[in-house]
Design a binder for this molecule. Structure first.
Ligand code: NAD
Length: 354
């Protein structure tokens, strides 16, 4: 087997921990890409991998992504990620969670964990019995932290407004046509905020009842998931799955702007260039969807430092997302480099690797 530090995804990780706890059966990888800006923060994925190298690749790729995301969110946090390798039945026991919590604690705050695929808020509470270095714990109503979905949606709404101002020269969303994919926690929030400003929405979800309910709430139209990407609109807002923008779908887009919260929207990096060649303004996903990480990041930093952040602090930081996006689009126009690549370059500069 080739050494993993020669793999493309290695990208100069600062530290990678292989954790094995014989008694509980825990096997995990904790990857710290960068602590240049602060503790490496990123969720823990509980997954059954076909082989250990697939788990390592996932940890390295996701951890670098968190470095970029946290840097562009303006948080004093670096990027990391953990994966817990589960068996085929995805067995996850309290003993494994405790052993994982101890492994996180042994890193003395260099790594801060959070929920990711396969984890629940309850699991995070279990882990927090062993370590304080956990984001996304339950909080009292009105406090910073808790469900990140509404704050992710708020950032996306502001990002869509910035894109509409930048590309269409419009100060608000009155009459702007938005095609929205995914009517869950994030998509539903974006749709409600946009509709309250007069946007005209078409929404879709593979759960048709969910789409119809949302359409009824906002006075929009529910359309089929197959039609949403090619429907004529000003803004296509993807808020469901990732990897949806590729050489097959990009030519069918019928919009001026792509701006939504789904993670990893570009199937491959070159698809950002394809969007730019079609003259479509793209809001890099990890920049526009940062509201949630800002929420849970501030929750952790406030708890760690004994100085809780206020809702005003949170709103102010989410309010900086439009300026960051506009800076990306300007640099993209000046350099001819696609917006996603400009965002990566900005993030690399922020983590001292420019
Ligand atoms: P969710 O599970 O609440 O909602 C997702 C919705 O998408 C569901 O209603 C699902 O039925 C629908 N869906 C799935 N496949 C679809 C398809 N092919 N076409 C149309 N609809 C489809 O999830 P969420 O929390 O709203 O997250 C949505 C996206 O945003 C995900 O990619 C997530 O990774 C990303 N994201 C979420 C947050 C957050 O704070 N929740 C933060 C950053 C990024």
């Amino acid at each position: 087997m080739a050494a993993f530090w020669t793999e493309a995804d290695w990208d100069e990780h600062e530290q990678v921990e292989l954790v094995h706890d014989r008694e509980s059966g825990l096997t995990a990888i904790i990857a710290l890409h960068s602590t240049h800006l602060g503790p490496a923060a990123g969720g823990t994925r509980f997954w059954h991998y076909a082989d250990p190298s697939a788990a390592m690749r996932d940890a390295l790729r996701l951890s670098r992504g968190m470095s970029y995301k946290n840097a562009m969110a303006g948080l004093p946090m670096g990027g990391g990620k953990a994966v817990v390798l589960l068996d085929e039945n995805r067995t996850k026991t309290p003993e494994m969670l405790a052993a994982f919590g101890k492994a996180v604690n042994d890193l003395c705050g260099r790594y801060v964990t959070a929920e990711d695929v396969g984890a629940s808020e309850r699991d995070m509470v279990e882990i927090s019995r062993q370590t304080i270095h956990v984001c996304g714990l339950p909080v009292e109503e009105g406090a910073v932290g808790g469900d990140p979905g509404p704050f992710t949606a708020m950032g996306i709404f502001l990002g869509i407004k910035a894109a509409v101002a930048h590309r269409l020269g419009r100060a608000d969303l009155d009459g702007v046509r938005i095609a929205l994919q995914g009517c869950g926690s994030v998509g539903g929030g974006v749709a409600r905020l946009a509709a309250s400003e007069g946007a005209v929405l078409k929404v879709s979800d593979i759960d048709s009842v969910r789409a119809q309910d949302l359409a009824a709430q906002i006075g929009g139209e529910a359309i089929s998931p197959d039609a949403i990407m090619s429907t004529e609109c000003d803004v296509f807002s993807p808020n469901a799955l990732g990897a949806i923008l590729d050489e097959r779908t990009i030519p069918t887009l019928n919009c001026a702007i792509v701006a939504g919260g789904a993670n990893n929207q570009l199937f491959r990096a070159e698809h950002g260039k394809l969007l730019a060649e079609r003259g479509i303004l793209y809001a890099p996903d990890y920049v526009i969807n940062a509201g949630g990480i800002i929420d849970v990041g501030l929750e952790y930093l406030g708890r760690r430092d004994g100085k809780p952040y206020s809702m005003d602090d949170l709103r102010e930081r989410i309010g900086q997302i439009p300026d960051r996006l506009t800076a990306i689009w300007r640099e993209s126009e000046e350099t001819g480099i696609s917006a996603d690549a400009v965002a990566d370059r900005m993030a690399q500069r922020l983590i001292g690797r420019g």
